[in-house]
Structure formats: structure tokens, C-alpha cells
Design a protein around this ligand. Structure first.
Ligand SMILES: *Cc1c(COP(=O)(O)O)cnc(C)c1O
Length: 367
């Protein structure tokens, strides 16, 4: 399990061979990108790359110029989708230092995803060292503007060239980084959510709890349907018509009596943002419940006024209020409250070093 992986002596330290990018962006070019980075469109000058093989374990840790990955056309990932990833941000504090948020959680989740996709588990120490190694060369890419961050994307895939169907014996782990601006330009506005009735995101015993590309691939068609219906995102139900999540963000319901409720099931990806927001809610004396929430409970709760707020959360957008739930048969306007945005502010204040980090969530990356 995770603990043995983290504490095994072999996992103590990776020494990264660093190859500097001779075509790195100039300071002026970089600053221009950081003025208005958008999301996921620009990348830093370097990337981390660690190999794994059945015989050699984790080896050849490198920091190299960002660029195309040489891949055999028979690489298993291209055929069978054996791939997992993570999403985590680096934040610049007012004193210039660079911090990330609960990286042990992302490392543990990557290990959990790895187990489900029959990939090797990357020890937590290696995960952290990989982030540090990239920040050591690309730290200047962590922007300092309001609500800006450097989005880090660790990912792992089967690179063995073999068309037989079994777990690959050669795997690659990479970390790339992309500067990210404020997710919402022009203020946070509530999203319209399309209720997908024809498509499921995950099934019982499936890969819903793993952060894997396949879950996203199967969400693209329902997402297009949502756009056609004038919605921004999709919410998925399980086979019992319980609410799962948005496919990239978790869902939280706020009740009039101060209960904060979020769906729990083995087909949902357990968000670190959600966990943190719920901890902050608990710190405020609110009661947190993790349990099944049926579509009926949602709709009736909104109709009766018992549910006073519904929001979605995840690393990229942090918190998004849900303004409407739309399906073929109905359109339910959702009540808007203050809790989502107040928790969002508290969380981002901690992440950007503007508020005391009582839970010890921040980890410094640049020292
Ligand atoms: C990453 C992800 C989330 C949000 O998780 P965070 O750790 O909060 O970023 C939610 N759902 C899915 C399917 C995801 O992949």
C-alpha cells in the first residue's frame, strides 16, 4: 500500500539529470504569456520524465526541454488507454516563495488510480521530488497576479510496444506545467448543468474513482450534448439515479439547517478541493455528510427550500455555483447562497498565503 511505498528506502531520493532547454522563452516572452495565460494553452520550458520497467522499477529521472514524446506506434496507451493523471497547482505568495497544496493527497490518489489501471505506484516522495525538480528550473513561470497559478499536470502511461492485452511492462511518468489565469474572467457566474440521462460516466466496479483519461473520453459526447442544450457542464447519475459528479468537478449541496452534503460512492473521483472545502465547513461548525444523494432528494430539496445552495468544486475552477439543473423534461433554477463563495475565498486565501494554514496543507516547492 501507500505507506510501504513511501517509506521503502529505495524511494528516498531521485537524482534528476537536468538538460536545460536552449530554446527556452526569454524573460520578456514569458512575462507576456503570464500577463494573460488562459488555461492549458501555454507550457513551461521543461518537463519531468521518469521511466519504469518491470525489471528496473523507477529509473532515469530527468528534467528535459518541454517537447514531443517519442512513442512507438504500438505503445499500449494508444490502443488500450492505460493512462492516469493528476492536477495540482503551484501558488506564488507575496514574499515570492512558491507553494503547493496537499501534494501528499495527489500522490496517494495517483497511487490509487495506478492500482485500478494496473500501472506501477509512484512513491509519494518521488511525486514530490518531481514537482520540486520542475519548479527548480521553471519557477519563474509561477505567475504572481491575482488568482493566477502554475497548473502542474503529472501523468503516467503504458509505453510498452505490445498489442497483447495485459498490463504494460514499460511505463512513463511525466510532469508538465502550464500557467493558469483566473478561471473566471469577469467574475464568477453560476453555471447551467445538463442532466445526462442517456449516458453514464462510470459503473459499479468501473474506473469512476480513478483519474484516468478514459473517463474523460466518455464524457465528451454528453458534454457536447450539454452545449447544444445551452448548458456549461454535465451532471452524471449512477444506475440508482443517485447524483455522481460533473465528470471533472465534485458536487456539494448546502441545506437550510447547516448540513453540507456530498455524494459518496465508489464511482466518484474523490476531489481534494472538495475534501478541503468540507474541512473548512466543519471548522465553521457545519455538519458534513458524505452519502448517497438521489436526484429526487435534490429536486425536492430545492423545491421545498431545504436545499439553499448547490456548487461544484475542483482544482482548476476551485468553486462554481450551480445556477440551473436542466434536462429534457424540466429546468430547475437553483438557489444561490453565500457559502460557496465564502469557502472559496477562505481556501484560496490559504493557498496564496493570505491566511493561516491551520491544517498544514501547504508544502513549499522552491527550497
Ligand atoms: C480531478 C477531478 C475532480 C476534482 O478533484 P480535485 O482534486 O478537487 O481537483 C473531480 N472529478 C473528476 C472526475 C476529476 O478527474
Amino acid at each position: 500500500m501507500t505507506d510501504t511505498a513511501t517509506t521503502s528506502p529505495a524511494a528516498a531520493e531521485l537524482t534528476f539529470a537536468v538538460t536545460k532547454n536552449l530554446a527556452a522563452k526569454s524573460a520578456a516572452q514569458r512575462e507576456e504569456i503570464l500577463q494573460n495565460p488562459g488555461f492549458g494553452t501555454s507550457f513551461t520550458d521543461h518537463m519531468v520524465d521518469v521511466c519504469w520497467s518491470e525489471k528496473g522499477g523507477w529509473h532515469r529521472p530527468r528534467v528535459q526541454p518541454y517537447g514531443p514524446i517519442p512513442l512507438d506506434p504500438a505503445a499500449a496507451v494508444l490502443h488500450y488507454g492505460q493512462e492516469i493523471f493528476e492536477g495540482i497547482k503551484a501558488y506564488r505568495h507575496a514574499d515570492g516563495s512558491i507553494h503547493t497544496f496537499r501534494p501528499d493527497r495527489n500522490a496517494a490518489r495517483l497511487q490509487k488510480s495506478a492500482r485500478r489501471l494496473a500501472l506501477p505506484e509512484l512513491p509519494t516522495a518521488y511525486f514530490l521530488q518531481s514537482l520540486r525538480a520542475l519548479i527548480a528550473v521553471d519557477g519563474d513561470w509561477v505567475p504572481s497576479g491575482a488568482d493566477q497559478s502554475l497548473y502542474l499536470r503529472p501523468f503516467m502511461f503504458a509505453k510498452e510496444a505490445f498489442l497483447g492485452v495485459r498490463p504494460a511492462k514499460k511505463v512513463a511518468f511525466y510532469v508538465i506545467a502550464s500557467p493558469a489565469g483566473a478561471y473566471f474572467t469577469g467574475g464568477i457566474k453560476p453555471v447551467r448543468i445538463w442532466l445526462s440521462e442517456s449516458y453514464a460516466r462510470a459503473g459499479k466496479g468501473g474506473t469512476g474513482a480513478a483519474k484516468t483519461g478514459g473517463n474523460y473520453a466518455s464524457s465528451l459526447l454528453p458534454q457536447s450534448e450539454a452545449y447544444e442544450k445551452g448548458c456549461d457542464q454535465v451532471v452524471f447519475l449512477d444506475a440508482d439515479r443517485n447524483v455522481e459528479e460533473l465528470g471533472g468537478m465534485n458536487v456539494v449541496f448546502v441545506f437550510k439547517d447547516g448540513r453540507v452534503v456530498t455524494p459518496e460512492s465508489d464511482s466518484i473521483l474523490e476531489g481534494i478541493t472538495r475534501d478541503s472545502l468540507l474541512q473548512l465547513a466543519e471548522d465553521r461548525g457545519l455538519t458534513v455528510e458524505r452519502r448517497a444523494v438521489s436526484l429526487e432528494e435534490w429536486r425536492q430539496g430545492v423545491a421545498s427550500g431545504d436545499i439553499v445552495e448547490v456548487f461544484a468544486c475542483g482544482t482548476a475552477a476551485v468553486v462554481t455555483p450551480i445556477g440551473a439543473l436542466v434536462s429534457e423534461d424540466f429546468e430547475d433554477e437553483q438557489p444561490l447562497g453565500d457559502l460557496a463563495l465564502s469557502l472559496r475565498e477562505e481556501l484560496t486565501d490559504i493557498q496564496y498565503g493570505r491566511r493561516e494554514d491551520k491544517h498544514g496543507w501547504l508544502v513549499r516547492l522552491d527550497s
